[in-house]
Design a protein around this ligand. Structure first.
Ligand code: SF4
Length: 120
């Protein structure tokens, strides 16, 4: 098995080649160990950070951006986003505030990425 991929762990975007079988992958093209770890994770259990936004009432902004506190399995992204449907926060919102706990049993939460103050 051979697969080409681009590392998304930093802006350098190294082009990598992964060859081999589960448990015995060889990675080339990576500039640092993070690239190798990313490549092997992509071959075995790919994960992604997920970002979106939710509505806020009574705040100086009508919405607030949210993200997963850490990556979640790639296959759960769309189901995770559905958990945000209809979520409405009330200002004030703190940066890092939990918006949805334990997404689909992953132990990862959606958190607010910025503060929203009460509207004056
Ligand atoms: S392999 Fe290392 S240097 Fe290259 S993109 Fe990934 S993190 Fe950046």
């Amino acid at each position: 098995m051979k697969r080409e991929m681009i590392c998304i762990c930093c802006p350098m975007g190294c082009r990598m080649t992964v060859e081999g079988e589960p448990g015995a992958y060889t990675v080339t093209g990576n500039t640092c160990p993070r690239g190798k770890a990313y490549a092997i994770a992509e071959m075995t259990a790919p994960e992604r950070m997920v970002t979106s936004s939710v509505a806020v009432v009574g705040g100086n902004y009508k919405t607030v951006s949210v993200k997963t506190a850490s990556p979640i399995p790639k296959g759960k992204i769309f189901e995770a986003l559905r958990l945000l449907d209809g979520v409405v926060l009330t200002a004030p919102v703190k940066e890092g505030q939990t918006v949805v706990e334990d997404i689909l049993g992953t132990g990862v939460a959606f958190v607010a990425t910025r503060e929203v103050s009460v509207a004056r």
